[in-house]
Design a protein around this ligand. Structure first.
Ligand code: HEM
Length: 317
């Protein structure tokens, strides 16, 4: 989906769009709520808890297994494959990483295909079953396309959502007045999630190839050039957002570019925002104090995906 254009892309989007539309996400909300609460029950409270390992990294993969129609007990396996596949959009990838990626694609593909065969005879209320039934302009998806879509949803939705939760929490911890405001009025997260996405975007850049010559600030970018578009920089444009380096949950007219734009605009944007809203609401409800337990935080060494390796906090009920 991500790598196709024109009619081929429209067909794939047309078939998958209804799965992530507002009505579908509203229907999924109670399941998302239940899954997040269970993960937080297991995490508990205490000192020096890694909020990435114990919470953020578990939420999207568990939710997607649940909604997708894959056994939740297999989430660690799905996460291992998803992590290996995630390097596909990394500009600097070595031979060993490429080999691991190929292996993961084969194993994950075979695993999803097995579940697809089961769903064909025994459809359930899940994304695999819905993709099997989906029709757009009289066309259906092939089994291979369904497998590729499910893998794409895991890849597109895992690390990005982990980082929305991680980067968002760090932003709040570094702006204690905003954290306090959210605790006093948890409804602030409704619109505030867009400010978290603006302030520290989980995907910092997207790539495109120009189809025509483009004039920009006195320079010509010739047709056929590869260009990198820095979403993170646009989100902090001082001409668009006054005092852009400050997190302000009540900031007005926030429309971050965190989910890209145009025909490839993130299909899972609503799902990701719903997951993050549930996580932040539940964190505020359960913990009277949340504070960094160490001054230093450790970032992952990637260029395009911005996220923390660890976020150590004290959680006080
Ligand atoms: C905070 C979380 C997320 C962020 C920041 C994010 C970001 C993005 C961005 C920037 C793009 C556009 C890429 C481009 O134009 O080259 C994109 C596309 C996409 N995302 Fe997300 N995403 C998130 C969550 C999700 C989730 C939960 C899913 C699961 C369904 C998902 C699935 C996809 C897919 C399938 C595409 C390709 C759409 C297309 O090509 O038409 N994303 N995402």
């Amino acid at each position: 989906m991500l790598m196709r254009d024109g009619t081929a892309h429209r067909r794939l989007r047309g078939l998958a769009n209804p799965l992530f539309a507002a009505g579908a996400i509203r229907e999924m909300a109670p399941r998302i709520d239940r899954i997040v609460r269970r993960i937080m029950d297991d995490m508990g409270d205490g000192r020096d808890i890694d909020l990435i390992g114990s919470l953020a990294a578990l939420v999207p993969v568990t939710i997607f297994c649940g909604l997708g129609g894959l056994p939740v007990e297999d989430r660690d396996l799905c996460r291992k494959w998803t992590d290996a596949l995630g390097h596909v959009i990394d500009p600097a990838t070595d031979e060993a990483t490429l080999r691991a990626m190929n292996e993961a694609a084969e194993e994950f593909g075979a695993y999803i295909a097995e579940h697809l065969i089961q769903r064909r005879t025994d459809p359930q209320d899940d994304i695999i079953s819905r993709l099997l039934l989906a029709e757009f302009d009289g066309e259906k998806l092939s089994d291979e396309e369904i497998v590729a879509n499910i893998m794409m949803f895991f890849m597109g939705g895992h690390e990005t959502t982990v980082n929305l939760i991680g980067n968002g929490m760090l932003g709040l911890l570094r702006h204690p007045d905003q954290l306090r405001a959210l605790r006093d009025d948890p409804a602030l997260i409704e619109a505030g999630v867009d400010e978290l996405l603006r302030y520290d975007a989980p995907i910092q850049l997207v790539a495109r190839i120009t189809t025509d010559d483009v004039e920009l600030e006195g320079h010509t970018i010739p047709a056929g050039s590869k260009v990198m578009i820095l979403l993170g920089a646009a989100n902090r444009d001082p001409l668009r957002y006054p005092n852009p380096d400050r997190l302000v949950l009540k900031r007005s007219n926030v429309r971050p570019l965190a989910f890209g734009g145009g025909p490839h605009y993130c299909i899972g944007a609503l799902l990701a925002k719903t997951e993050a809203r549930v996580v932040f609401t539940e964190l505020m409800r359960r913990h009277r104090h949340i504070r960094l337990s160490r001054d230093e935080v450790v970032w992952r060494p990637q260029v395009n995906i911005r996220g923390l390796r660890e976020l150590r906090v004290d959680l006080v009920p």
